[in-house]
Design a binder for this molecule. Sequence first.
Ligand code: ZN
Length: 400
Amino acid sequence: MTRIETTTAGSLPRTEALIAANAARTFAEDGFTLQSTPEFDALVAEATRDVVERQRAAGITQPGDGEFGKAMSNAVDYGAWWTYSFQRTSGLELTGKDIFSQEPVRSEPGNVRLTTFPDRRDWTAFAEAYQDPESGISVGKNATAFPATTGPITYTGQEAIAADTRNLAAALQPGERGFLTAIAPGSAARIENEFYGSEQEHIDAWAAALREEYRAVTDAGLILQLDDPSLAENWDQINPEPSVADYLAFTQIRIDAINQAIEGLPKEQIRLHLCWGSWHGPHTTDIELKHILKTVLGAKVGQISFEAANARHEHEWAVWEDQKDLIPDDLILVPGVVGHSTNLVEHPDLVAQRIERFAKIVGPERVIAATDCGLGGRVHPQIAWAKLEALGEGARRVRV
Ligand SMILES: [Zn+2]
């Protein structure tokens, strides 16, 4: 019987000490770049060691650093996977205009454009729920404000990514595979652009800059997880709803940017995280997997991580079966089998059943069981760790 490998989608609950230390950091003159001290850096290294050890104890065979190198200064924060990119790039500036505050944008057939976050179709269809602070829909508070692109984007995160790779490598045991997350170009380029002449140029600039981060991760022998919720969740950020054909053309540009940014890097060390957005909204306006799978599979990666354990997307395991012929023979599936969107802790038998569905499609050796999305900042730490234990136990119960 094959042992089922397990991993996560990245973010894990930060310790109270780490959250307090991030909250105590000061900003540089630009107002959004967080300053570090040797004491802070040592705390991150120590917390990374602990979080890897704790994942191992829970039965996670391919642990990550929990995204501890990505600042979270509040216990509830859905954006650390994105805001970290502002810390590692030049050409950005706070202008007071961002995806939350700018004017809504209307799309037309043949001219698909992203609107603001508050003008997302899920947010407008359920406006009362989104505006009620006690509804349970929250995106928390980010560690930094959102800047705009006002100059040439270049990568400046050399020291930060070196610390991330060093901290994770030091926490791994010989032969253990670990992974780090990094934002994909299409998702990074959703900040306001006031410099580049076109959206394509803006995305290409992010791709060229982020390539340096990607290469640092694969050069360190680690798995690189590219976080690209933009591939699926942009659909909901286009108002009114576009045609599927227009959306796929719009999305192809983001796939091409990924392929451009990872060209020549070892494919077997690259995982793409596909995601419909981790906030706990109704998600009734999410695009269905069946429409985007073929386009997404155009990314030249070795693994694909995706949500398969929540009430809106779990049934789509059948799409993988229906469209099995599209799945490259060397692609590893990394389905979410425990969720970020509910406090209920999945029963290990359900976890095993979810894994078995995919194992029957591609074989157990090509399945790595994971979380739907990052648990850190989305569910309470106590619940998050219980979910990881359920994941480890469920993987041990798989019978294929
Ligand atoms: Zn996600």
